[in-house]
Design a protein around this ligand. Structure first.
Ligand code: SF4
Length: 236
């Protein structure tokens, strides 16, 4: 029988994974094998929040706190029609806005944050969503996680790694961090993930957490990282 042809990259991939299976924690070969597996499973992973520009992404991300992206995507089309610019949102009536975003939960705080952020963008940043972390986190309702989403997805700037509830859980299960606070987890991940991977890695981990490595009953039998994972939460 003719020998099966195996491409060089496949052979290299198998060798990396084979070696990584015996490794634990943040050993570079293990991290590399995890990144390769995520690339194969989630090529081109990106943000699930519908948006057409940095302003819309900022609004959608503020609304996504404690809410699913699906629910936010149901609310934002009408919102963006009514308030197409930061100027329009800055002039919004708080009560009206509250009712418009009510399905996303915490609507009073979110309405206050949205109007405050829009006013700050108009008054301090010439109507443009700022491109620097230190500026973004001065906006009401915007902390490091939201700023990372906007900078990474809207501007392609790798300012950090988005650590939401999915990234938090999956990174800990994969033993890439032992911290529990998002800021600490982000610092741990930034040390071991190459900077040019930060944006896509965040999206890939979020997708993996949503679809496979769920909080309850993770679908380990479907998981591309199963052989690299030794979490006590594993279901296989
Ligand atoms: S094997 Fe299970 S626990 Fe580990 S990363 Fe995959 S889904 Fe999560």
């Amino acid at each position: 029988m003719a020998p099966t042809r195996v491409s060089k990259s496949r052979t290299k991939q198998a060798a990396t994974t084979g070696k990584a299976l015996r490794l634990r924690g943040t050993h570079p070969a293990r991290v590399q094998a995890i990144l390769e597996a995520l690339d194969r499973a989630y090529p081109g992973a990106t943000c699930a929040l519908h948006h057409r520009n940095p302003y819309e992404l900022l609004v959608a991300t503020i609304l996504s706190a404690q809410c699913t992206d699906e629910r936010v995507n149901q609310v934002t089309p009408a919102l963006f029609r009514k308030y197409p610019t930061p100027e329009a949102l800055a002039a919004a009536d708080q009560r009206e806005l509250e009712q418009e975003i009510r399905p996303t939960g915490f609507y009073r705080n979110k309405a206050r944050a949205l109007i405050g952020a829009a006013r700050a963008i108009v008054e301090r940043f010439g109507g443009e969503v700022p491109r620097r972390m230190e500026d973004l986190i001065t906006l009401p309702g915007v902390a490091r996680k939201t700023a990372n989403v906007v900078l990474g997805t809207a501007y392609g700037i790798a300012s950090g790694i988005v650590v939401d509830t999915h990234v938090q859980r999956v990174a800990r299960r994969l033993d890439l961090t032992r911290n529990t606070k998002p800021e600490k987890i982000e610092q741990d991940l930034m040390k071991i993930i190459p900077r040019d991977r930060w944006i896509v890695f965040s999206h890939q981990l979020i997708w993996h957490g949503r679809k496979v490595c769920r909080a309850r009953k993770p679908l380990c039998h479907e998981c591309v990282l199963e052989r690299l994972c030794y979490s006590k939460d594993k279901t296989v």
